[in-house]
Design a protein around this ligand. Structure first.
Ligand code: MN3
Length: 237
């Protein structure tokens, strides 16, 4: 039996549709608690920064209920189990990611820790009535790096489209320069000394319920209607 699928976890999956109130209540839990004698989990699922239906019609409540309520939650649950097994409880999430990056024997812990971080960052990278164009210093830095905001959008979309299989498209700050990068699976700019500015999840679970195989339409909707440029600007160093 897969060790990640504890009986409790399976029971939660089976019962989840029947106990929507409990899921909603747990979704309000925020942040990180200290390990209290091993009883409390080290990491909790962070609250979504908006209601699950707030991004419709560009990202449905149904997509968010699975993507946030099931996928993100499973990464948090797995992270807690694997961090305890690796005696890495009590560390910040970023520290666990840095300590396990590039280590094949720690791949399970890295993948779950990085996916927790990536998804938390992805939810913040979107907002209701998002899209439009950045202003101020971020707009200037994008123009300096890519020539124009339109050129940036074309390059970001291209990166998102050409990430083969599961992964992420990112706007990152690398030193003094803004760059577009794509990462596979759970890989994250944090593991490469880069500062994440904005991201789009291009795993199929991010868009398949709403767009099926049309990843390009999803990425276009992300750029035109969801991207949170205020959050992105706040990440500049
Ligand atoms: Mn995802």
């Amino acid at each position: 039996m897969n060790p990640y699928f504890s009986e409790g976890w399976v029971a939660m999956l089976v019962l989840a549709p029947l106990v929507g109130m409990a899921i909603t209540a747990r979704a309000q839990e925020v942040g990180k608690t200290p390990a209290a004698g091993g009883a409390a989990p080290d990491f909790l699922l962070p609250a979504l920064p908006y209601a699950q239906e707030a991004l419709e019609p560009y990202m449905s409540a149904r997509t968010l209920s699975f993507h946030y309520g099931k996928h993100h939650r499973a990464y948090v649950d797995n992270l807690n189990k694997l961090a305890a097994g690796a005696k890495m409880t009590g560390l910040a999430l970023e520290e666990i990611i840095r300590r396990t990056a590039g280590k094949p024997d720690q791949a399970g812990l890295f993948n779950n820790a990085a996916q927790v971080w990536n998804h938390t960052f992805f939810w913040k990278s979107m907002k209701p009535n998002g899209g439009g164009a950045p202003t101020g210093k971020l707009a200037e830095r994008i123009n300096a790096a890519f020539g124009s905001f339109d050129a940036f959008k074309t390059a970001f979309s291209e990166a998102a489209m050409t990430q083969f299989g599961s992964g992420w498209a990112w706007l990152v700050q690398d030193g003094d320069t803004l760059k577009i990068v794509k990462t596979s699976n759970a890989n994250t700019p944090l593991a490469h000394g880069q500062t994440a500015i904005l991201t789009c999840d291009v795993w199929e679970h991010a868009y398949y319920l709403d767009y099926q195989n049309r990843r390009k339409d999803f990425v276009q909707a992300f750029l035109d209607h969801l991207a949170n440029w205020d959050f992105a600007a706040s990440q500049l160093k």
